[in-house]
Design a protein around this ligand. Structure first.
Ligand SMILES: CC(C)(COP(=O)(O)OP(=O)(O)OC[C@H]1O[C@@H](n2cnc3c(N)ncnc32)[C@H](O)[C@@H]1OP(=O)(O)O)[C@@H](O)C(=O)NCCC(=O)NCCS
Length: 172
């Protein structure tokens, strides 16, 4: 069942059958260079299980990104609840399989998630947590209308908190 439909992508819930396809994204060292380590098979299984718990509890999570052109799973994008400075924020997150980088797919999915978030959730703001060195991800946040709100430490690493307010999204 599609959750979101964009010109080139479908976003749908992950199932455990997606482990091998998702491993092509999250087990790639280059894609995961801003994370502690690429995920192994067990890590990918846990990642899917964690997002399935989010669907049940929150009504959203990171969803599977499916290419309409090929039908393949080529990444993830979605909305997760994150604690930032003791407050709960809703984050837009994304990962794209390396052979699909640079085609504007993450911004296309992120924008759909942004619109979904403001349409369905009672939040004034959506955020993206991004390491300062992660220039491609910062670019995606900017293309999604976000600006840097503040800095936080997470897992002993500095992160920029990008944000967009509901009113700003409604205006553009
Ligand atoms: C971040 C990511 C999702 C972007 O996906 P994408 O679909 O390739 O996004 P885009 O097509 O918009 O390309 C990225 C943008 O960053 C720019 N970019 C890429 N490398 C860059 C660099 N080294 N310096 C500056 N800008 C860079 C690209 O030029 C492009 O911007 P442009 O369209 O204005 O030219 C993808 O790179 C990825 O999966 N990265 C690893 C996972 C990750 O870090 N996720 C985010 C965690 S916060």
């Amino acid at each position: 069942m599609p959750i979101l439909d964009t010109p080139r992508l479908i976003l749908r819930e992950f199932s455990i059958d997606d482990v091998d396809a998702l491993a092509c994204v999250l087990s790639d060292p280059e894609t995961m260079r801003f994370y502690p380590a690429p995920l192994d098979q067990a890590g990918v299984e846990q990642w899917i299980a964690r997002n399935r718990r989010r669907y049940a509890k929150d009504g959203h999570g990171l969803w599977a990104m499916i290419s309409k052109a090929s039908g393949e799973l080529i990444g993830d994008c979605g909305l997760t609840i994150q604690e930032v400075d003791s407050a709960c924020e809703v984050e837009i997150g994304y990962h794209v399989r390396r052979d699909h980088w640079g085609q504007g797919l993450a911004p296309e999915a992120a924008r759909a998630c942004r619109d979904f978030g403001f349409a369905h959730l009672h939040v004034q703001r959506l955020i993206s947590l991004i390491r300062p060195e992660n220039l491609p991800s910062r670019r995606v946040a900017e293309k999604n209308g976000m600006t840097v709100w503040k800095e936080v430490m997470r897992a002993n690493l500095l992160h920029l908190v990008y944000s967009i307010q509901r009113e700003t999204a409604a205006g553009g």
